[in-house]
Design a protein around this ligand. Structure first.
Ligand code: BDR
Ligand code: CA
Length: 312
């Protein structure tokens, strides 16, 4: 089994990712950490506990993390995920509480244990990277427990929050820049599952309607129905769930290795991920701030049908 941790801002599509990570027999979900993003941190924590309970995984530790981006105010997305972040579904809410302490303390503890045991963990951030930046700057030794980071965020092409920037990076650009710089310095392999493939794993309403027989299946059906309804489509992308598919089944995608930087200034381009697709090998030390440049495996294509079947 592959040990994984999810960092989430649950979120309808984070819920799709959580269900898959909690239920897939090849994944060992060690912990889930929460960050403000799609909705405020209180709703993120409540939604995350609720989804894990539906998945029959109340055993997975959940921790509350940063409620606000490092520098700028929060700009949540209730128009995409509903006022409560979980589509305002008619669904029983969990009464569980998160573990005591901050998310970075849970991450630190799980990763230090992983380093000691040699069973390294894949960290899957599906949200603004505030918690990850705080972790890597506060407890850099915890990186020894990481096998890799596979994050949903960014885009080589167009954005969604703005024409330039993808929502997770746009929400906390400084955190993304710190995470990428720290990953380069600490030698952590990074994969970017960005907007270029985010919408390509689609589950039709028809297929979703066949999901029944357990709370996890019922919730999965409701998530697809709600996302389809919000977008007015015949089906819905599982969004963040695709990044979990990528960890389970890397053969279902193609990647290319490029330097990746985050735009921190710019009047129209703040939060953009700049994927350097030039012949870059001679240009790595040209960062204007003297920071280390992260060389990232950028996901360029996914087999959407294959990943949709995997999720179903
Ligand atoms: C990302 O932003 C959020 O709306 C989704 O949960 C996903 O993580 C897509 O830009
Ligand atoms: Ca998300």
């Amino acid at each position: 089994m592959k040990p994984v941790i999810l960092d989430v801002d649950t979120g309808l599509d984070d819920a799709c990712a959580l269900l898959l990570a909690a239920r897939h027999p090849e994944l060992d979900l060690k912990a889930v950490t929460c960050v403000g993003g799609n909705v405020g941190i209180d709703d993120v924590v409540a939604n995350t506990l609720t989804v894990l309970e539906a998945a029959g995984r109340a055993d997975v530790p959940v921790a509350r993390g940063a409620g606000l981006p490092l520098l700028q105010p929060m700009k949540a997305a209730p128009h995409v995920h509903g006022a409560d972040g979980l589509g305002d579904l008619d669904w029983p809410r969990s009464t569980r509480t998160p573990v005591p302490g901050h998310a970075i303390e849970l991450l630190r503890d799980v990763l230090r244990a992983a380093a000691a045991s040699g069973e390294l963990v894949t960290l899957i951030p599906l949200a603004p990277m505030t918690n990850i930046a705080l972790l890597l700057r506060t407890y850099p030794d915890a990186a020894a427990g990481l096998r890799e980071i596979v994050f949903m965020g960014g885009a080589a092409g167009i954005g969604n929050a703005t024409a330039s920037a993808e929502f997770n990076i746009w929400t906390d650009p400084e955190a993304a820049a710190i995470t990428l710089t720290a990953a380069a310095e600490l030698g952590i392999p990074v994969t970017m599952y960005g907007l270029d493939v985010f919408y390509d794993v689609v589950v039709s309403r028809e297929r979703a309607q066949a999901l029944s027989g357990s709370p996890a299946a019922e919730l999965a059906r409701k998530l697809i129905e709600k996302r389809s309804e919000l977008y007015g489509d015949a089906g819905a992308s599982i969004g963040d769930g695709g990044a979990v598919c990528a960890v389970i089944d890397p053969a279902g995608m193609t990647t290319q290795r490029f330097p990746l930087r985050v735009e921190l200034a710019g009047s129209w381009s703040r939060g953009r991920t700049i994927v350097d697709t030039r012949d870059w090998t001679s240009d790595l030390n040209n960062d204007p701030h003297g920071q280390s440049t992260s060389i990232v495996d950028v996901v360029t294509t996914v087999d959407g049908g294959r990943y949709a079947e995997l999720w179903l």
